[in-house]
Design a binder for this molecule. Sequence first.
Ligand code: IMP
Ligand code: MG
Length: 260
Amino acid sequence: MDCDVRVYNPQGRESKSGPSCSGVKVCEDFWSPQLHIYVPSFPKCVISLLLQIPDDKGYKLDLFCVPKHYEEDLDQVIIPHGLIMDRTERLARDIVRDMGGHHIVALCVLKGGYTFFADLLDYIKTLNQNSDKSVPLTVDFIRLKSYCNDQSTNIVKVIGGDELSTLTGKNVLIVEDIVETGRTMETLLSLLSDCNPKMVKVVSLLVKRTPRSSGYRPEYIGFEVPDSFLVGYALDYNEYFRDLSHICILNENAKEKYKV
Ligand code: IMP
Ligand code: MG
């Protein structure tokens, strides 16, 4: 395959690139710890494959089935549901490969993470049913809130869920929908570290390519996405659009229409 190989620093700035791939680009990110290749110019940094949705990549709404009540609210489909599922299947395989053999507690970050969480766990269950090795899986939930309209409030609030103290000594897999600045995940990781889990890994379906990033990167990333406000597949704008299957870019009219 004619592939684009890029190396990014934690803020997402490109530092090195190679040939190009049509449509979605596969990039190498030296920051993520699950990577398996050492980059000579960054000794000691292991790198992993990153599936990058370019800024100019999107599909017209008319090409897909979108609920009638949202037709006027969306600019483009940027990740169709089928592609989300295919990528999630592979994330499940990578996670079982790395964390398998131990009991995993999958911690769902509500509400945005619930669809990804359910689909990811279904794929892990399928792997468990069809291989010689299997990994016991239990679930926990935490509810965090940091957004109002399309803006981060800078304050991450825990507004419900299970007691984190039950995670002491456990191998925890945090399942999140999207990392933007990284503040939500850094706050949760800090709360969790007070409870002394044995191991913590984070899987986020999406990571935004944004200058507002603190540099935090999860161990497992589904897609790196453009710096736009995204909805669908349980990602919401003031609670709307969770009932949309594809991940789409919200248009400016809708931001006004659903504003609180
Ligand atoms: P962070 O703390 O800036 O990394 O933001 C992470 C949280 O903000 C996510 O868990 C989401 O709940 C929310 N968020 C960030 N960007 C988006 C978006 O584009 N659409 C929907 N929710 C988002
Ligand atoms: Mg979230």
